[in-house]
Design a protein around this ligand. Structure first.
Ligand code: CA
Length: 236
C-alpha cells in the first residue's frame, strides 16, 4: 500500500445529515471518501471505488447493510465497520456474523469513528500476522487448527471461520489450559489500540462456541473464567 496516496473510505449511508458530517470529517482527516446512498449502489460501485475500508449503515434502502456485508465478503477481505442506529445485541451479533470487523452505534463522535477506522486499517495492513506464532498446527482434544492453511477441524468436520474468530480460537488453543484475560485476548486479536466495545469479544466467543462446542450453552472447551476472561480447556 502506497503511503503517498490517500486511503479511500466508502461510506454507505442513506441519511444526508450523516453523509455530510462523515464526508467533511473524514476528508479533514486525510481520507478520500466515496458515498453510496443505498445497498444496491454500494454493491454496484464497490469495484469502481476500490475502498480501503467500508463504513456500512445497517438500515439501508434496497439492500440491507448485512446483505451488502455478506456480498462484499464473498470477494473481498476489506475492513468493514457496521453502523447501527441502536446498540441492540441483534445488530451486533448479525453484523459480526456476516463478516464485519467492527461496529459502531449512532450517534457517534466523528473522532471516535476516525479512531476506529484507523485501527481497522492498521489491523488489516498487518494481516493478522502478529497473532500467529511460527507453529502452524495446534490440536487440543478433538479440535485442530492449522494457521498455514487457515483450516479448523472440529470432530473430523472441516469448519470455516471468519478471520477474527479464527485468530481468537488460535490464541485460545495455543494457550490451552491457561486463563487468558479479556485484555490479553483483545490485545492479541484486535490490537492494543482497539477502541471498540469489549462486547465484540463476547460476541466472537459466542460464535466460536456455536461452532466448536457439542453443547454451546454449556461449553466444555471454551470456558468463561468469571471476572478474568476465558480459558481453552486442555482435557476436553
Ligand atoms: Ca440508514
Amino acid at each position: 500500500m502506497s503511503t503517498s496516496s490517500k486511503q479511500t473510505v466508502m461510506v454507505v449511508e442513506d441519511e444526508e445529515a450523516f453523509i455530510d458530517a462523515l464526508v467533511v470529517g473524514l476528508q479533514r482527516e486525510g481520507f478520500a471518501v466515496e458515498v453510496a446512498r443505498d445497498g444496491a449502489e454500494a454493491l454496484s460501485n464497490f469495484d469502481k471505488f476500490n475502498p480501503d475500508i467500508v463504513l456500512l449503515d445497517v438500515m439501508l434502502p434496497k439492500v440491507s447493510g448485512t446483505d451488502v456485508c455478506r456480498e462484499i465478503r464473498k470477494k473481498s477481505q476489506v475492513p468493514i465497520i457496521m453502523v447501527s442506529a441502536k446498540g441492540t445485541e441483534i445488530d451486533t451479533v448479525v453484523g459480526l456474523e456476516v463478516g464485519a470487523d467492527d461496529y459502531i452505534v449512532k450517534p457517534y463522535r466523528i473522532r471516535e469513528l476516525v479512531a476506529r477506522v484507523r485501527a481497522a486499517l492498521r489491523r488489516s495492513s498487518g494481516s493478522g500476522s502478529e497473532v500467529f506464532d511460527s507453529s502452524t498446527s495446534v490440536s487440543v482434544g478433538d479440535i485442530t487448527i492449522n494457521t498455514e492453511q487457515h483450516l479448523v477441524t472440529v470432530r473430523g468436520q472441516l469448519t470455516k471461520l471468519p478471520l477474527k474468530e479464527f485468530e481468537l480460537l488460535y490464541v485460545l488453543m495455543a494457550n490451552a489450559g491457561r486463563v487468558m484475560t479479556r485484555d490479553t485476548l483483545i490485545d492479541r486479536v484486535w490490537g492494543s489500540d482497539y477502541y471498540g466495545d469489549t462486547k465484540t469479544l463476547d460476541v466472537h466467543i459466542k460464535r466460536l462456541r456455536s461452532k466448536v462446542e457439542v453443547a454451546p450453552s454449556s461449553p466444555t472447551s471454551i470456558l468463561t473464567i468469571r471476572g478474568l476472561g476465558y480459558k481453552f480447556e486442555k482435557s476436553s
